[in-house]
Design a protein around this ligand. Sequence first.
Ligand SMILES: Nc1ncnc2c1ncn2[C@@H]1O[C@H](COP(=O)(O)OP(=O)(O)OP(=O)(O)O)[C@@H](O)[C@H]1O
Ligand SMILES: O=P(O)(O)OC[C@H]1O[C@H](OP(=O)(O)OP(=O)(O)O)[C@H](O)[C@@H]1O
Length: 231
Amino acid sequence: MTITIGLPSKGRMKDDASAVFERAGMKIVAVGNDRSYRGRVEGFDDVEIAFLSASEISREIGNGTVDFGVTGEDLIREGLAEADKRVEIAARLGFGHADVVVAVPDIWLDVETMADLGDVAAEFRSRHGRRLAIATKYWRLTQQHFSHSHGIQLYRIVESLGATEGAPAAGQADIIVDITSTGSTLKANHLKLLSDGVILRSEACLVRARKPEHEGNETVARITKAVQAAL
Ligand SMILES: Nc1ncnc2c1ncn2[C@@H]1O[C@H](COP(=O)(O)OP(=O)(O)OP(=O)(O)O)[C@@H](O)[C@H]1O
Ligand SMILES: O=P(O)(O)OC[C@H]1O[C@H](OP(=O)(O)OP(=O)(O)O)[C@H](O)[C@@H]1O
């Protein structure tokens, strides 16, 4: 059985992901020319590399097209319903750190916690004639955090595909859910993080699709061990 590993073909995780595999003794070589989206691993004849974007890797692990992948935990938990049933986080790789957070305008002085935000959401319609609007590309994580973890039901999600932090100032939404690493984008857009507003602390992970045929497979065990030992 050939084991396929999805690695980032571009973006911020690409170089660090290749470096982890190299440290694990799994040197990746492109098949064909440098622009090829397929690769192999020296010394691992039954392993194939598929170069994909970080969000494609999450999707392909979810549907089992690839056996392993390197991507952010945020993309796994956002992209896959019941992620823990479908995938296993085999290793946390120590790069690509980013927190998915709830942030509100700085000038909302009396809103410091999710409970405060729940009060604002409850009164929003009577005060403003509409529901509290949240700009995000993290629909699933937002719904889990607001509806399930904090019992806040009165809000509306406004899909944002970029420059999410600008949405409140642009009048497209009231608050945001997005990733932050240094916090400088939030600050520049006059937004503040709620004290219990961290939804997920994400980093790059080696993720395995849970497949029955992986049970007892030596290559699967060897890849997992090699990467874990390289950290
Ligand atoms: N400062 C940051 N901004 C955005 N993403 C970050 C940051 N730090 C770490 N990440 C992580 O990087 C991953 C996204 O990587 P990247 O932006 O390179 O993907 P991408 O190549 O744009 O993927 P796609 O095109 O599929 O969206 C996410 O898991 C995210 O959590
Ligand atoms: O907390 P900070 O260090 O300011 O980082 C957070 C910002 O970085 C990312 O955007 P980026 O400009 O990297 O572009 P992207 O959204 O296209 O990935 C992310 O979407 C945030 O906006």
